[in-house]
Ligand binder design. Structure first.
Ligand code: BYC
Length: 315
């Protein structure tokens, strides 16, 4: 078949909402942008375990500790589904991990901020997972089949994460004056970085146009960010707390909440590796990889032995 015909079939599938599967023909750039986005997403889940892992040993009760361990384990699982989805496009897990460990690959800016108090666990759940869900619900309908299917399960778990975060903040918001202050402080610190999670403004988003055409993305960065602001403004009222933005106000014309200017210099500094915890995060991942070397070697040796036994039996 001519390349032109293959392109036509591909475009028709996109048009008719038929998922693209790993064995289907696809343009190189479609493959490349999916590998880029899915692997960045996987890395975000894996690095995202670190800020919360920091609090497992200091959770204030057994119940909170169990919940937090379960959440962090879910994130490891999300990373693994996503690495598997990316592998279906012909990239290897070793290559993706090498790119993360060397600092070549990107992961979400949000995980380069420190978790300073217990209230940060609530704020991460409510705001960070809340932002992630809006983006991920959209990705359940992304055009690449293996990515879309991975997102369905991830979203179910993510919505539990968000609710547990909100509930945890709700308890603090009804607590002592110190607990209330801790809750407000966590919201103040996580609000702006959460808005940055959605990526640059549409006008500066280099990948959006093509990704929207290919239905990899169904909503733009600014559309999702606005949806998140509208949602958070209502939810923060239930906590009796405030969002740290004096420019936040309802716009009668658009029926949306206007909000202040994001500090884009800060966003790009974090994306380029110069955020508060970028160095620490990469060091922690490299250390874990090094310490896990014997497990990988043992698993490979075991697999080889099993294979040898099967070969002997067959012979
Ligand atoms: N941080 O053209 P754009 C979780 C980069 S984890 C860093 O708009 P795109 C959780 C972007 O990569 C969930 N970099 O890009 C886990 C691009 O650079 P490259 C994380 C960012 O791809 C543990 C450049 O800026 N979610 O839920 O069209 C605990 C221009 O941007 C960021 C996902 O990964 C950023 N925030 O749109 C708790 C969702 N934003 O690659 C929770 C999947 C942008 O050209 N990803 N950049 O060198 C996506 O949906 C899209 O990739 C984005 C960006 C909306 C993030």
């Amino acid at each position: 078949m001519q390349i032109h015909d293959l392109e036509k079939i591909f475009e028709e599938k996109i048009e008719r909402e038929i998922k693209i599967e790993s064995k289907d023909w696809m343009p190189d750039a479609y493959r490349k942008t999916n590998v880029r986005q899915i692997s960045q997403h996987a890395h975000s889940e894996i690095v995202g375990m670190l800020p919360e892992g920091n609090w497992i040993s200091r959770a204030p009760s057994l119940k909170r500790k169990v919940i937090l361990i379960a959440k962090v384990q879910d994130e490891a699982g999300h990373g693994l589904y996503l690495y598997s989805a990316a592998e279906t496009l012909g990239t290897s897990r070793e290559q993706m991990i090498e790119d993360l460990l060397s600092g070549k690959a990107k992961y979400s800016s949000i995980f380069n901020y420190p978790t300073l108090t217990w209230a940060d666990m609530g704020a991460v759940g409510w705001l960070v997972d809340g932002a992630a869900i809006l983006n991920q619900v959209m990705l359940c309908r992304t055009s690449y089949g293996p990515y879309a299917r991975a997102m369905v399960r991830i979203c179910k778990e993510e919505s539990f994460h968000q609710r547990q975060g909100f509930e945890s903040l709700l308890v603090l918001s009804k607590g002592t004056p110190e607990q209330k202050a801790m809750c407000q402080d966590a919201i103040n610190r996580w609000w702006w970085p959460s808005l940055m999670m959605f990526g640059p403004k549409d006008a500066e988003s280099t990948n959006s146009d093509q990704s929207m055409k290919w239905k990899i993305k169904r909503k733009t960065n600014d559309e999702l960010r606005q949806q998140f602001v509208n949602m958070a403004v209502e939810q923060v009222k239930l906590l009796g707390m405030t969002l740290p933005d004096p420019d936040l106000k309802f716009n009668e014309v658009t029926s949306q909440y206007d909000f202040g200017e994001i500090h884009w210099d800060e966003f790009w500094a974090v994306v380029k590796g110069n955020g508060p915890c970028n160095k620490q995060r990469l060091e922690a991942r490299n250390k874990a990889h090094e310490e896990g070397k014997w497990v990988r070697e043992a698993a490979l040796a075991y697999a080889k032995k099993q294979q040898a036994r099967i070969s002997v039996k067959v012979a």
